[in-house]
Design a protein around this ligand. Sequence first.
Ligand code: CP
Length: 317
Amino acid sequence: LRNFLTIDALPRSILEEILDTAASFVDVGDRSIKKVPLLRGKTVINLFFEPSTRTRTTFELAAKRLSADVLNMDIARSSTSKGETLMDMLRNLEAMSADMFVVRHGDSGAVDYIARHATPEVAIINAGDGRHAHPTQAMLDMYTIRHYKGGFAGLKVAIVGDILHSRVARSEIHALNILGAEEVRVVAPRTLLPADIDSLGAKVFTRLEDGLRDADVVIALRLQKERMSAALLPSESEFFRLYGLTNERLAVAHPDAIVMHPGPINRGVEIASEVADGPRAVILHQVTFGIAVRMAVMSLCMSGRETEREAAHAAAR
Ligand code: CP
């Protein structure tokens, strides 16, 4: 790895290397995350152009557990408000000897754009771009599934809710197919499915009960109202009546099914509190594993670049 932008073009071996590397950072007994010196002397800059609780803080913690120096850019107070362009801001941050940018942006493709135009010395990690991709969220979800289910073979995974606006769903569908899940399902009303859903590698269900039947893993997604025009906003109570996860509805899933959610959760909209706080939910463990998975992605990008540099020096000799 040199950047981590999207999952769809990656081979299974790389995804497994990320999961195995993440596992090496987790203390098995108490699920606490180790501190290691792999990024000592490196500078990581978090650039979040959209709000975030989990992703930004776990990237910061991950960088600190790797012994890197971390800067969190306060975009609202940056000189972009005085007319400075994104690329000029990046050039200035590069001049501060940044080694890695962790970027979240509201526009699909913005992180790819940055990766194409930033100096090649800086690694770029996608922390979520528009509706396009949220690859580290998908990888921490894969870690969580592997942790609780032991692997992916034979698994039926149901992703329920606002698929249309979800970069998480897109990245998860790619990751689950690459890692060999038996069946990847999406469960949503037609109005919340993307036009290209048939080409993504997921089986479509429009009735919740059908999509949940015998599922081993159920992933609930939030209605992303900030990405919908007011005229198209579904009624929250109607959505909960038809697609909200309740214990009663989950009765048709596999008896050992786990329930996941990338967060933030909207209680009483896509998930009832009895489920979010219940024994099947592994939602907060996803957050903890996110630190280890983000450590894995950051350290593999850095070691990939190191290997590349050494190969270039050897070739020049
Ligand atoms: N799952 C996720 O991306 O959460 P945040 O928006 O809080 O980072």
